[in-house]
Design a binder for this molecule. Structure first.
Ligand SMILES: [Zn+2]
Length: 362
């Protein structure tokens, strides 16, 4: 199917609208929809909250859609859990839309292709695949979970020009600049949880909150095989109101577990002597976590790479050098990034060069 320049313009708008739902709709997908007649936009919508209306319903609401074209960033649903509204494929057909342009099929094997088939059987012309890669990337978390039942995992880090991520025994060294820091908070907003190792908590005592304007705090996960986390750690503030999960092992002290639970944290035992990341990840959906952003430190990143847990990598390479004997080498040297990352994007952010790509495609 050849799409026109105009088709592409409207689909780009769908993707832009969809993005507005970031941090608000998980585990639903981000979806944007645009209704067009004779080249003019007559309706727009996006999925704005988990229990809210679907993007298509917003775009179609109170408009005369007869003979119009509906652009959608994802295949419309044929089955709607809410039951208050008809499924979007039926709604579009009922409203008299004559053509539907879809960026990507639904990845869920139980419903994939059904929305498209429904529309076609109702006499609607359907064209699929416009800006498909972009649409999949936008919904990378949703795609991974729909296909595998496991959370999407991104790892984010900053490293020095000479390939190090820190110095042993010292707290965090500020390698990246303000722009990447800002980007990091947007990433926190996009994922359901942030994950760090206990060494990061002990060295830096981070809050692990999202400071993006209009953003929300993701859940916090700390890998701590012996429950060494201090009860006064900033990462435990508001535990109970905000989800805090400590992943530990059979080596933990039961007494400390009780104290942490009293503060509102959830303690999950995921291994005998070492926290097995895969085991932890598989358990996260039952805690409403469908995507995870790993932020370090070196030990956790290395385990995640070894256990093949990482779907996407975001690495900022700073202009600064560390060059100390005690420096900790990054597991992701530049040749590794260039060779292993698929759909690699290299972007300049202030003084940093950011490498972003997939170890496993969505
Ligand atoms: Zn729908």
């Amino acid at each position: 199917m050849a799409f026109s320049k105009q088709d592409e313009r409207f689909m780009r708008l769908c993707l832009k609208l969809a993005k507005k739902g970031e941090g608000k709709v998980s585990p639903n997908p981000l979806v944007g929809a645009v209704l067009v007649r004779k080249g003019r936009i007559i309706g727009k919508g996006f999925h704005a909250s988990f229990f809210g209306p679907h993007a298509e319903a917003e775009a179609l609401s109170k408009k005369d859609a007869r003979g119009a074209t509906l652009y959608i960033s994802l295949e419309p649903c044929v089955w709607y859990e809410g039951k208050r509204n008809p499924p979007c494929a039926a709604l579009a057909a009922r409203c008299g839309v004559s053509r539907v342009v879809i960026a990507s099929k639904d990845p869920n094997p139980r419903v994939s292709g059904k929305g498209i088939a429904y529309l076609r059987s109702s006499g609607v012309k359907v064209d699929v695949g416009l800006l498909c890669e972009e649409a999949q990337e936008l919904n990378e978390c949703f795609f991974k979970f729909a296909k595998t039942g496991e959370p999407f995992v991104a790892a984010k880090l900053a490293q020095s020009a000479d390939g190090f991520i820190g110095v042993k025994g010292r707290s965090r060294i500020w390698l990246s600049g303000r722009q990447f820091d800002y980007h990091s908070h947007a990433l926190r907003n996009r994922h359901d949880a942030i994950l760090v190792g206990i060494n990061t908590v002990l060295a830096d005592n981070p809050r692990l909150t999202c400071r993006k304007k209009g953003g929300r705090n993701p859940a916090r996960i700390i890998i701590d095989s012996r429950l060494r986390i201090p009860l006064g750690a900033k990462a435990l503030e508001n535990a109970g109101k905000e989800k805090v999960i400590i992943a530990t092992t059979s080596l933990r002290s039961l007494e400390k577990q009780k104290q942490l639970e009293k503060l509102g944290a959830e303690v999950l035992v995921c291994g005998k002597r070492k926290v097995e990341l895969r085991r932890l990840l598989r358990r996260l959906p039952e805690h409403q976590i469908y995507s995870v952003l790993i932020e370090g430190g070196a030990k956790v990143l290395r385990s995640a790479l070894k256990e093949k847990c990482i779907d996407k990598l975001i690495v900022a390479i700073s202009g600064k050098k560390i060059g100390s004997k005690q420096a900790i080498r990054s597991p992701f040297a530049l040749p590794f990034l260039k060779k292993r990352l698929r759909r690699l994007k290299v972007e300049k952010m202030g003084s940093d060069t950011v490498y972003c790509g997939y170890l496993r495609l969505p």
